[in-house]
Ligand binder design. Structure first.
Ligand code: GRF
Length: 216
């Protein structure tokens, strides 16, 4: 079977993008990163993608409507012929129209154990709440921010004396393992959404500490 073509949308440094590219360069991996788009020309991830020989583009969101911005995104994505979209530090909210048209085809990574701490300043809020365990979540995107069926999660301990930055560093390492694994499960066609849940079929080869919903 051919590899599933994927577009990655970014806004910044692109460390998760880099993890996805590295995974996709390994064989066998069921997905191929075919296109990287950023809404910011300064995004560091663009250089990472270009170096890997991946097509890149900038779609600026400024000075025009959300719909016009998304129409261009959609055109670029359509032209690349991709069937999955990974958001990796993409800092724009997508409209319900864009998301509904691509239901269960858009993945996002968020640096908390959703549904706890959606939105920005995640690590500071987790520390303020005094949680002992944080982590990261890969989920299908629904029109509400940081919601949608959970594909995979990784738990990360909070250390005594953690700052938002030190916790973010520890969670980021888990993100770099989790996102490639979650994308692989989706690309292999092993994830099925039933109601609000994503169910995984087969035995996922999981490194320690990773959790995915059990097959029904
Ligand atoms: C990550 O922590 C991701 O979970 C969040 O934004 C950050 C992006 O970092 N959505 P990077 O650009 O992948 O390095």
């Amino acid at each position: 079977m051919g590899r599933v073509p994927v577009a990655v949308l970014i806004s910044g440094r692109g460390s998760n993008l880099s993890a996805l590219i590295r995974a996709a360069q390994a064989r066998p991996y069921p997905a191929e990163i075919r296109l990287v788009l950023s809404n910011r020309a300064e995004a560091g991830g663009l250089a990472i993608a270009a170096e890997a020989g991946i097509e890149t583009g900038v779609v600026d969101h400024r000075g025009r409507s959300r719909e016009a911005f998304e129409a261009e995104l959609g055109d670029r994505i359509g032209a690349a012929g991709v069937s999955l979209i990974c958001l990796a530090g993409f800092m724009r909210l997508l409209t319900p129209g864009f998301v509904e048209a691509r239901r269960n085809q858009i993945l996002n990574i968020h640096p908390s154990l959703l549904p706890a701490f959606p939105g920005l300043d995640t690590h500071a809020r987790a520390l303020e709440a005094g949680v002992r365990i944080s982590g990261c979540t890969v989920h299908f995107v629904s029109p509400e921010m940081d919601e949608g069926p959970i594909i995979a999660q990784s738990a990360v301990p909070v250390a005594i004396g953690d700052s938002p930055a030190s916790l973010a560093d520890r969670v980021l390492k888990a993100e770099h393992r989790l996102y490639p694994m979650a994308l692989a499960l989706v690309a292999q066609g092993r994830v099925r959404v039933v109601g609000k849940r994503a169910l995984i079929s087969g035995e996922p080869p999981l490194p320690d500490g990773l959790f995915v919903p059990t097959p029904d």
